[in-house]
Design a binder for this molecule. Sequence first.
Ligand code: FDA
Length: 392
Amino acid sequence: MSTPAHFDVIILGAGASGLYCAMHAAMRGLRVAIIDHADKPGRKVRVSGGGKCNFTNLDVTPANYLCANPHFVKSALARHSPWDVITFFTEHGVTFEEREHGQLFTLKGAGHLAGILVDRCHKLGVDMLLGRTIEAVDGPGPFRVNTGGEIFKADALVIALGGPSWPQVGATDLGFRLAGQFGLPLVRPKPGLVPLVFARDERELCESLAGNALDVTIECNGARFTDALLFTHKGISGPATLQISSHWREGDPVIIDFLPRMSVADLVEANRTSTMQLRTLLSQELPKRLPSAILSESLAATEVSQLSKRQIEVAANRVHRFSVTPASTEGYAKAEVTVGGVDTSCISSKTFACTTVPGLHVIGETLDVTGHLGGYNLHWAFASAVACAEGL
Ligand code: FDA
């Protein structure tokens, strides 16, 4: 069958949001084409969740998202719940397990889940135009997508091109560039859910602890998470760090409580007559080398029975309010998401239509909407895709 040149809708990007949107638009009887430069659709989905794809979360609320307008996500999330996502995927053979914090992971793998989306699109007659370089886009009236010799036209255009994080699976900033071409403002993009890198002065601290993991509470710019932190040779990683990284901006300090479930003062009090060194006492609760790394040598070596009130305060402050100003993040190459993106002030939260360019829509990660770690980003990709498809 030859590909018709004119569609009701062209979706740019065959990732999570693009495939889900194509499927729902085709279910409504629309002629849909989806264009991607990758030969294989859904590449980021296939690597998600360590290959197990954390495809949604049992507890999805607007508070799980960063967006310049925190109200923007409400409508789409209310219309497509975790149970809608679960129902769709389980009806098509996905089995899953619940892990901590309500995270749902597939049992048959991320590739299986991505395959379901692709298969549904094929069965619903979506034209999958893969391995195409998008050279130029113009419109509206109609929109025209030039893929190097071939021109595809449509009355509606959906930008579902994700963000530039994890370029190793084909991610680019084309969505942002196209948005700019159509005059849409951007909230400055930056890497999110990404390890943090310490400045040279603090390298010794993380190098001595590299490989150690512990549960912490971590804070920055009013956001606060309790989860595992992992020291790396360059700085810190692990779920707690990834979460806080989305809230971190250059120059901001990050405050870490290394012992969130116990107070240093209480621990000292309970061992008040002990002759052991403070570092020995603390290392019963913390990774062995951590007390020496964050306390001065004289304080770490003081016998617990000899600690003054002031010394206990200093030790408690170092353990519970450890402040570090990361130099940078590990960048887009290691970032699970892009924070920022197309400013939602010019997008309808009901239909994802652009209010300034008739027929243009933006969904998924290209928008200035970033979920916490835990299945929230794929859930957003799906929820925004459905709302958009229903409004086409
Ligand atoms: P997505 O990136 O899925 O799709 C964009 C599409 O546009 C891609 O197919 C790409 O090839 C195409 N494209 C880009 N540039 C193009 C160009 N110039 N020309 C043509 N096509 C182009 N989230 C979650 O909820 N649970 C999880 O377990 C994980 N795990 C995870 C692991 C890793 C390693 C990463 C990098 C990310 C995650 N995420 C995640 C995040 C999640 O994968 C991400 O938020 C969604 O895939 C975003 O969906 P989109 O459809 O917006 O973009």
